[in-house]
Design a protein around this ligand. Structure first.
Ligand code: TXA
Ligand code: MG
Length: 312
């Protein structure tokens, strides 16, 4: 099939309304969307990505009022997060209403809801007139796409439509927060940090490693380039330039001696560029990518989460 590439959200919305899938930009990463109410359309997303059917999708809305339609109840912890961070790079998990077909939530009785801040994403959802179920627009297992070229790389002529926009502002997927219980539990760290959520709810926590997996996506290997990913903390002794080895991080000294080097200006910059660096390294035949370890504070928790997933 030929992919219609457009910068007009109305054109992409027509595909969604017709029960087709369309990729679109958000401020976190690009998504691959379908009408969240249309089971057949949602199944096309799983097929295109090669995504395991037990991995539920996030439902994207353009109006906070839609949460009442999708969820049974907006818990007190969800209320605070929604009023502070919607629209933005945050997803809340709530008990779902019947209206959502099981394919969208992978049979779970909960639903993940996000209101993206990106202008094009909002225009698309409004024009489609339905909530849009969307995972990241990458082939299952590869790094999330942070610009439209990444989407084309994975899906050119394999999806009917791509809405193009600017590169992702954050470059990492949203913070996923389980709000079904008394206290918020972060299932996937993102650019909205634990520290920020704690200001709303001091009992908020990040789900412990090895705990019962509540977010099915977290059990899969993710975000991984073809190259080996390694975490680097202290300078390695290197006698000569390491061919086919790359470095990404904050410390210029650590990066000395690698064939390809990306020194980031800040932690946010590191987060924004990580996935795109993974893809570039693969395109250039890099065999090993050394990523600088950072403290698991603030956005550092999200960076380390993605790095650890890229390794295992
Ligand atoms: O920033 C983002 O979140 C991007 C953009 C497109 O919005 N989307 C995204 O979707 O990253 P995806 O499918 O790649 O990741 C969604 C994560 C998965 O780990 C999935 O298991 C989890 O959210 N999830 C979805 N529904 C859930 C639910 N009902 N309960 C627990 N986890 C859920
Ligand atoms: Mg994904």
């Amino acid at each position: 099939m030929k992919t219609t590439v457009t910068n007009n959200p109305k054109i992409a919305a027509a595909f969604i309304k017709a029960g087709e899938i369309a990729a679109f930009p958000t401020e976190t990463v690009y998504g691959l969307g379908a009408d969240a109410y249309n089971e057949k359309a949602v199944k096309k997303i799983f097929k295109a990505k090669g995504r395991p059917v037990d991995n539920p999708l996030i439902v994207h809305i353009a109006n906070k009022k839609d949460i009442n339609v999708l969820a049974q109840e907006i818990t007190p912890s969800a209320k605070k997060i929604i009023s502070k961070f919607f629209p933005g790079p945050v997803t809340v998990i709530l008990k779902k209403n019947e209206i959502i077909p099981p394919a969208t939530t992978a049979g779970l009785d909960t639903i993940a809801i996000r209101m993206p801040a990106g202008r094009l994403a909002q225009q698309l959802i409004k024009a489609a007139g339905v909530p849009i179920a969307a995972p990241s627009a990458n082939l299952s297992g590869s790094p999330s796409p942070t610009n439209f070229l990444h989407v084309l790389r994975d899906f050119n002529n394999k999806i009917p439509c791509l809405l193009i926009g600017p590169p992702a502002k954050y470059g990492l997927e949203s913070t996923v927060i389980d709000c079904t219980g008394k206290n918020p539990v972060i299932l996937r760290p993102g650019s909205v940090t634990l520290e920020q959520i704690k200001k709303l709810d001091k009992n908020a926590v990040i789900q412990k490693k090895g705990g019962k997996i509540k977010s099915p996506g977290q059990k899969y290997k993710h975000y991984s380039p073809k190259a080996d990913v390694r975490i680097i903390n202290v300078k390695r002794e290197m006698s000569n330039v390491k061919r086919n080895e790359a470095f990404i991080g904050l410390d210029r000294n650590l990066g000395k001696g690698f064939e390809k080097v990306l020194i980031c200006r800040s932690m946010n910059d590191y987060a924004r560029k990580l996935f795109s660096f993974f893809r570039e390294c693969d395109d250039e035949g890099i065999k090993t990518i050394w990523c600088q370890k950072v403290a698991e504070k603030g956005i550092g928790a999200a960076i380390m989460n993605r790095l650890n997933k890229a390794i295992h």
